[in-house]
Design a protein around this ligand. Structure first.
Ligand code: BGC
Length: 421
């Protein structure tokens, strides 16, 4: 996959795309009915993607007006709290962003979202989306959300100049090689070579390490109740994780992902583990001296997540929401959104033409790699489990002693509570 610097330098300039995308406000019809779209895409590459969808929606959905219900905070860390409170008060937005998989299943089980099976039939979505994804969106034969994309989580982003400055010219393929490179960077004067942010970004690092040390099948089993969180391989992974953490910035717990990304851009760090929304965001920041590769030991494994949109029970403007969902589902909508978001279309009939070298590789990998879901981004875990894991990792990060046995017991306890096995 995607490891060459040259290939990535050739990425289509998202800055150009940004300029071409407008949020459509100038063309809005003041008499139109509003559709409140609730996301956490507030700035950078995320906002650019949203703006592209809005632009298409404004063109395709006459009489409807986009209203931005954004609540900032990576991975929806703040948005989900606000959303859940609104849902509790029977005040849902007209539509909201939710991850396909376990996270969506929560909303389905609670009766919070409406069946979209008829829309899937009339929009031809059963043919346009991969069967595996349809399965992840379906509960008891009904299908409840429309995916906008596929993101990959287990990716390392690197500052090529920082690496070259430390004489690192090869992509690390194993965890040991990665740890050696981190030591090399520190020796070369980069005190905190691994840029890291708060709890959920730490969970992303942990999940990548678990994939390396357990392999995809046993990794997926951790969340399906078939792999023992108290086992030896998990202990090995947690030791690796603690080593990685020791190379990260001490202020990690107070940073969101774009602030950690800033450390990478400014050359204060050499690496960051992050999903491929980072591709769009680095471009939006006009930073091109980067490379990307699968987390060491994750070759051939695609840790996926998908942003999807729903028709909530009690949505104020169901007709407008249907038009939003149709836009999200359409080949044009998916193309324009994903060009700017760093992800790839969920539809299989959108070609790679015009997409960045990174995205074309990701499309290829998505077809050939072994897919595993993500807990930090809701494809593997329900929200309560995500929150519990985040709390455990945040606690570990701030603890002075970094006790691995305690960490393992605490993680295992979250699985005891939430795994469905
Ligand atoms: C979402 C992405 C988003 C990322 C960072 C993920 O959970 O699926 O769309 O870019 O969080 O905010």
């Amino acid at each position: 996959m995607l490891s060459t610097r040259r290939a990535l330098a050739a990425v289509v300039s998202v800055a150009t795309l940004l300029a071409a995308s407008a949020c459509g406000s100038a063309d809005e019809d003041p008499g139109a009915t509003k559709v409140e779209v609730f996301t956490w895409w507030a700035e950078g590459g995320e906002k650019a993607g949203l703006d592209a969808l809005v632009s298409r929606f404004t063109t395709d959905c006459a009489g409807q007006r986009f209203e931005d219900g954004v609540v900032a905070g990576g991975a929806g860390i703040n948005a989900k709290e606000v959303l859940n409170a609104r849902i509790e008060q029977n005040d849902p937005p007209d539509t909201y962003q939710v991850h396909a998989g376990a996270e969506l299943a929560d909303y389905i089980a609670a009766g919070r979202v409406q069946d979209l099976s008829a829309e899937y039939d009339s929009w031809g979505l059963r043919q346009a989306l991969p069967q595996g994804l349809i399965d992840d969106l379906t509960v008891d034969g009904k299908i409840y959300s429309v995916p906008a994309n596929i993101h990959r989580a287990n990716v390392v982003w690197a500052n090529s100049q920082v690496l070259a400055g430390a004489g690192i010219l090869r992509t690390p393929r194993t965890l040991d090689a990665f740890l050696k490179d981190l030591a090399k960077l520190r020796k070369a004067g980069i005190e905190s070579p691994l840029a890291l942010g708060r709890d959920w970004t730490q969970l992303m690092v942990l999940e990548s390490v678990l994939i390396s040390d357990l392999g995809p099948k046993r990794f997926a089993g951790l969340f399906a109740g078939t792999t023992n969180w108290r086992g030896k391989a998990v202990t090995t992974a947690l030791n690796h994780y603690a080593q990685l953490l020791s190379y990260s910035n001490p202020d990690r717990d107070s940073l969101d992902w774009p602030e950690a990304e800033r450390l990478l851009i400014d050359g204060q760090a050499g690496y960051q583990v992050m999903g491929d929304w980072e591709a769009a965001d680095l471009e939006a920041n006009n930073f091109r001296a980067y490379e990307a590769f699968p987390f060491p030991g994750n070759d051939g494994v695609f840790q996926w997540l998908a942003d999807s949109f729903v028709l909530p029970t009690g949505a104020g403007n169901a007709e407008g929401t249907r038009c939003w969902l149709k836009t999200v589902a359409s080949a044009d909508g998916q193309r324009e959104f994903n060009l700017r978001k760093g992800s790839i279309p969920a539809r299989t009939d959108v070609t790679g033409a015009g997409f960045s070298a990174y995205q074309v590789e990701a499309m290829k990998d998505w077809k050939s790699d072994t897919p595993v879901p993500s807990c930090a981004h809701g494809s593997a875990c329900p929200q309560d489990w995500q929150n519990a894991m985040n709390a455990v990792l945040g606690g570990f990060s701030t603890s002075a002693e970094k006790n691995i046995t305690q960490l393992q017991n605490a993680l295992a306890a979250t699985a005891d509570q939430y795994a469905k096995g």
